[in-house]
Design a protein around this ligand. Structure first.
Ligand code: FMN
Length: 221
């Protein structure tokens, strides 16, 4: 564990505060079109152009995703990019029939997983205090934390992909047990959901479905 102390700590804190101030000044908000691209008018996709996604772009996608917050900076998500024919065949075994073509035709399908023993890395991720005792020997708490934060990271991943000009199509219509047997046997990783990535063929889209208005689902307390 190497956390800065004393003068070093004062310096890194001042630098972090200044960096946030500068960023807020440079870009106080995203414009409406950018917000459309990442959320408001973004769509889930089901068919794909025959256009590859570069490994460099997947690296950039991970780096942006990793900037999102998780509790205690636990970062439990793990991303397995399935791109090979052999990998796709293994993944196909787990899928509901209607999802097979959507996955097979996508240049990349990410398995969004989480590591139930994420807490072993806390000395690196949260170095100023040893928080491993919060999780060690507490599998239920570890699992809840891994699932909650891994799901959030999966959402950051989809938004980051859209921000980079990629299209996404998440899928939960598959057997987690089969994916876990195929890809994570003998490890502490568990699958959460799948996410197809690529450049969409939008001719497969139907209309955007309604969302609830503010008053139905938001309240004040
Ligand atoms: C976690 C998750 C799982 C999903 N699973 C599937 C799936 O298995 N098959 C499918 O065709 N669509 C799946 N979808 C797509 C949703 O049905 C879609 O996001 C929703 O209808 C809203 O459409 P829109 O994103 O285009 O606005 C999934 C989406 C998410 C976020």
């Amino acid at each position: 564990m190497t956390a800065p102390v004393g003068k070093d700590l004062e310096r890194v804190r001042a630098e972090a505060q200044e960096a946030v101030r500068r960023l807020r000044e440079q870009r106080p908000t995203l414009d409406d079109l950018s917000i459309d691209v990442i959320l408001t008018n973004a769509r889930s996709h089901y068919a794909w152009q025959d256009k590859p996604v570069s490994t460099e772009l997947l690296h950039r996608l991970y780096e942006i995703t990793a900037g999102g917050p998780t509790s205690m900076n636990t970062c439990p998500a793990r991303f397995i990019f399935v791109t090979s024919d052999a990998g796709k065949q293994r993944l196909a075994k787990s899928l509901k029939a209607k999802n097979i073509d959507k996955m097979m035709d996508a240049p990349v399908t990410a398995i969004i997983a989480h590591d139930l023993e994420f807490w072993r890395d806390l000395p690196f991720l949260f170095p100023h205090e040893d928080r491993r005792p919060h999780f060690e020997g507490k599998p239920e708490h570890s699992e809840t934390t891994a699932f909650r934060n891994g799901t959030l990271q999966g959402a950051y991943f989809m938004i980051a992909a859209r921000a980079l000009g990629l299209d996404v199509g998440a899928m939960s219509g598959f057997s987690n047990e089969i994916v876990d047997q195929e890809f994570f046997a003998g490890t502490t990783l568990k699958s959460n959901f799948l996410c197809n990535l690529g450049y969409a063929d939008e001719s497969a889209l139907f209309q955007k479905l309604p969302r609830f208005p503010f008053d139905k689902v938001c309240s004040f307390a």
